[in-house]
Design a protein around this ligand. Sequence first.
Ligand code: HEM
Length: 441
Amino acid sequence: MGPADPGIEDRRSGGTCKFGGSSGQKQLGPCLAGWTRHVPLPMWACIGPMSFSASKGHSRSLSDNQKGIAFADHGAHWQLHRKLALNAFALFKDGNLKLEKIINQEANVLCDFLATQHGEAIDLSEPLSLAVTNIISFICFNFSFKNEDPALKAIQNVNDGILEGESNISTLQIFPSKAMEKMKGCVQTRNELLNEILEKCQENFSSDSITNLLHILIQAKVNADNNNAGPDQDSKLLSNRHMLATIGDIFGAGVETTTSVIKWIVAYLLHHPSLKKRIQDDIDQIIGFNRTPTISDRNRLVLLEATIREVLRIRPVAPTLIPHKAVIDSSIGDLTIDKGTDVVVNLWALHHSEKEWQHPDLFMPERFLDPTGTQLISPSLSYLPFGAGPRSCVGEMLARQELFLFMSRLLQSLVLQIKPFKVKIEVRQAWKEAQAEGSTP
Ligand code: HEM
């Protein structure tokens, strides 16, 4: 079963769901779940934990009523904004704007900060989230926040508030609650902040210098306005509120996802010290201490890459993806799916299926390596950490680069040791010696 079989199903919320009750779940097997039309209770609870999901009412509060990308229905608006976001990533291919360079800069700042902790046990969440937020902020606006910036704190609080709401989504849909109100307030605060930046950027906009996502959106609006004579609808789809929703989605989808996967990777390495040592030995041998890791090292640091892939399997960021909706009458296997049916893909079940994975509940990075341990392999088609098809993750390439570059840079220079719920951090002796010899990475 592929969750985004072209032409089968492709969109977010709305419509009715024909599957309900325990018979529905039996019929569907463990890979799909659905909402009954009148009783919006998710039915995958017995299958695995869920940390990210959205349904009609909820997604509306996050997406300003279907604007943006992630929670928008299939259609001209979604198509345009997804295309523009992808165009923005294309700006960061080369030169000073190269993604790899931007990520490495933030990874260096992060490691320098962690090096000042001198053996203290800390929670990685804040410094990591700052680094990842800055990368997203650079892509959206070309600027980075400083550690104590109140705007940054506000954005982080907003993300926390949204996440708190997300994790209670099944109850939020049914009962009026403070969490839902808090989440809406958080979205509003974030939007006010982003709106301030957007307005400043609009004042200074010049078509001669397009260097970030906001520029791309503004330029598209200018082009559409100039094209008013024709049947061009794009102008309507590029109001400030539309732009804000898309930028908000990139922040919303781009920060917590990557931050949380990095924290999971660190957690698994802390609990598998021999694996951590083997990866560090590889880094010492292949990169050493005199240069910064690059993306081209990924094919050689295969154990690290396999570890990242295994974490994305065993702890998927979006265990039920984002709800899809059938845009035409279609089917999945023997099941008929009417147009308009909500389809929720149980990625958790795909990633933990015994039919597909040996000992699926065990953490085994080597499952992504060939028997010689030197080549990366794709062991199963049931592996979709970034989704698949037209609604797959827009930020996949960025996220994969971030995971590899952050992890290789952290392991290159730091000793990470376990402390309950925290990480004890020291600078590696070999790194100190290399720095003392005057080599700067
Ligand atoms: C490790 C990090 C990440 C993971 C595991 C991840 C995973 C996913 C998944 C599973 C989906 C839903 C696919 C579906 O419903 O079929 C998704 C959608 C999306 N992601 Fe990511 N993501 C990550 C990072 C990012 C980043 C860094 C960005 C942006 C810079 C981003 C932007 C988006 C957007 C905009 C969508 C909605 C796409 C659409 O509906 O057309 N994600 N992501």
